[in-house]
Design a protein around this ligand. Structure first.
Ligand SMILES: *Cc1c(COP(=O)(O)O)cnc(C)c1O
Length: 442
């Protein structure tokens, strides 16, 4: 049976995979979740430690999606999407770093974006019309999406970014691919970019005619592949050792994917949510109220989120009983479960900078500012077994901060980033004006 997806705001609003992936958001503004999440079968657990990351990903996806996609199509789709490793780097005998930055844009967002791009291409291949993907970016997402969709047949991508609002290297990641990727440099802010994207989606006629879709981070197809690397990490530990995962968090997609892996049966000791001073969730978990608020800027800027968009998914997962036949918990009980099982810790930029220096001095290992936040939490918690911190980006993506702490030249720039400096930027200029943008689009 193909799995259906419901809205977290209305469990009776159920859609098939194609609808959930191409629409991204249900009309009632909830988030899509798979109707059934059951533990993987015994046959999986017999061999999972010997599987490649691609095969692991295929088996997890196959189990989650049911027979929505035939195996002979799904296996190569997952293998092409996840064609880079996720190694564990052991820092001490109690603590390892899961390096999620070996993809083309050097951040974990490659997992979600590459899977989504191939899935969207696959789901629309017989529609006989091109899919236009619109995305507004303040930095990393645009690069991951551009790289992921580059050369995917039947797709065209338009990326809007604020002029002067992204780093030079981030801009190069958006503007040097060409082909089916078009970069629009908007003379305005990130909010202006988002406003233009929204205007395009609100124009029903245009949206239908151009077959518009969004590549935003709450798309369910970005979450699924992020669960793979929790299995991959646990597989690399000696048998019988249950990991505690410490996840540097902003919109909480990464942590939600970990909870998903746990519901699929992966033995996990516990999860810790680590944030910068945008600490809405840690505050809540410490017994406060859940109060989204405007974000503040930090050196771990990909986690500067004041209203985490995956919170509703976390509540939904905690509401699912261990026994699938049992009733779902009420929202109040699910929130209690979450507070009981999830620890949250928040750190300042000063502490984060200190952690970057400390790990370099003790281990000659460079942590990006986001990963450093997780490192601080790992030091502060007590847990049996082994601690794994998720490293969400390569430190070279945040060179100014790294060089302030460690001195120039300590963090080598990977060839994939370095080679971009010589490629000329190609972007079209755009006024932050809805009418001008809609005319340009189509
Ligand atoms: C997006 C991002 C995060 C935050 O991940 P969420 O899934 O939004 O919690 C952390 N670090 C880096 C480098 C990121 O790009």
């Amino acid at each position: 049976m193909p799995t259906q997806f419901y809205s977290t705001n209305d469990r009776s609003n159920v859609q098939p995979l194609k609808e959930a992936v191409l629409r991204s958001l249900p009309a009632d503004r909830g988030l899509y979740m798979p109707e059934e999440i059951t533990p993987l079968p015994a046959s999986f657990w017999e061999s999972w430690r010997d599987l490649s990351l691609g095969e692991l990903g295929f088996q997890v996806t196959r189990h989650l999606l049911g027979d929505a996609i035939p195996d002979e199509d799904l296996r190569p789709l997952v293998e092409e999407a996840i064609n880079f490793p996720a190694p564990l780097y052991q820092l001490t005998d109690k603590l390892s770093v899961l390096e999620l930055f070996h993809g083309p844009t050097l951040a974990f967002k490659d997992f979600g974006a590459r899977f989504m791009a191939r899935l969207m291409g696959y789901l629309t291949k017989d529609d006989g019309r091109e899919l236009t993907v619109l995305v507004a970016t303040s930095g990393d997402t645009g690069g991951a999406v551009a790289s992921a969709f580059h050369n995917v047949p039947g797709t065209k991508v338009v990326i809007l970014y604020p002029k002067g609002g992204v780093s030079d290297l981030q801009e190069k990641q958006l503007t040097t691919l060409g082909g089916n990727i078009t970069a629009l440099e908007v003379s305005g802010t990130f909010d202006d970019c988002q406003r233009l994207v929204k205007a395009a989606f609100s124009d029903r006629e245009l949206s239908e005619r151009l077959n518009l879709t969004s590549a935003n981070s709450i798309n369910i197809s970005r979450l699924i592949p992020q669960s793979f690397y929790y299995f991959e990490a646990a597989r690399q530990l000696p048998e019988g050792i249950k990991p505690t995962f410490i996840v540097p968090s902003g919109n909480f997609g990464n942590l939600t994917a970990g909870l998903l892996a746990q519901r699929l049966g992966l033995p996990i000791e516990k999860f810790v949510a680590a944030t910068n001073t945008n600490d809405v969730v840690p505050r809540y978990l410490l017994g406060g109220t859940y109060e989204p608020r405007p974000s503040v800027a930090t050196i771990s800027n990909a986690m500067d989120v004041g209203a985490p968009s995956n919170f509703a998914r976390m509540v939904d997962l905690f509401a699912r009983p261990a026994n699938p036949a049992a009733e779902k918990l009420t929202e109040a009980d699910a929130l209690d479960e979450m507070s009981a099982h999830l620890q949250g810790l928040a750190y300042t930029d000063t502490a984060t900078r200190h952690a970057i220096r400390e790990v370099w001095e003790n281990h000659r290992y460079a942590l990006c500012p986001h990963t450093a936040v997780a490192y601080l939490a790992a030091k502060d918690i007590e847990t049996p077994g082994h601690k794994i911190i998720l490293s969400t980006a390569h430190p070279a993506k945040f060179l100014p901060t790294m060089e302030e702490e460690l001195g120039p030249g300590t963090v080598p720039i990977p060839e994939r980033l370095a080679c971009l400096t010589d490629i000329p930027k190609v972007a079209e200029s755009m006024e932050p004006d809805e009418a001008v943008f809609l005319t340009w689009l189509g």
